[in-house]
Design a protein around this ligand. Structure first.
Ligand code: ZN
Length: 159
């Protein structure tokens, strides 16, 4: 079972949509540490100034690895969205809402919208980031198998 934890008994880690967040597995683990502080962050290249999302360990524009962490807005507006009622991914509940949002003109990306009933969301709605716990992952270390807490983010309507 090492490395194959089950998420709420619903599906195996091989279908885990969320990557390992521990230092040992992910050089971008600070992204998740920042989420725990309520910050949405990404990396910016100190050499060429380009900012990328999601965060990287190497600049895709100039290949420099001299990157710094920068904060992004945690509020934005819904540009377009889709609500899925049936056939949602295992471990998720309907409606499964995905939206492309604009973070105050700084960035546009696709995110899950939570805490929202079917039919409630409208284009132009203001949304804010919410950070929520995920089932922990199991990590094998020198001391044996440890459970590591994990978090991820989504956005919810501001009401
Ligand atoms: Zn660069």
């Amino acid at each position: 079972m090492i490395g194959i934890p089950y998420l709420e008994g619903k599906y195996a880690a091989t279908m885990d949509l969320y990557s390992q967040q521990s230092k040992e597995f992910n050089r971008n683990y600070k992204f998740y540490e920042h989420l725990r502080e309520g910050r949405l962050t990404t990396t910016r290249c100190r050499s060429c100034g380009q900012r990328m999302y999601p965060p990287r360990v190497m600049c895709p524009y100039c290949t420099s690895d001299d990157l710094e962490w920068v904060d992004l807005p945690t509020r934005g507006k819904v540009l377009v969205f889709v609500e899925q009622y049936q056939g949602v991914p295992q471990g998720f509940e309907a409606p499964h809402i995905l939206a492309i949002i604009d973070l105050q003109g700084e960035l546009r990306f696709t995110t899950r919208i939570v805490n929202c009933k079917a039919g409630e969301l409208k284009e132009g709605d203001e949304v804010r980031m919410v950070v929520f716990p995920l089932p922990p992952s199991l990590v094998e270390t020198r001391n044996g198998i440890e459970e590591r807490e994990r978090v991820f983010y989504a956005f919810e309507p501001v009401r």
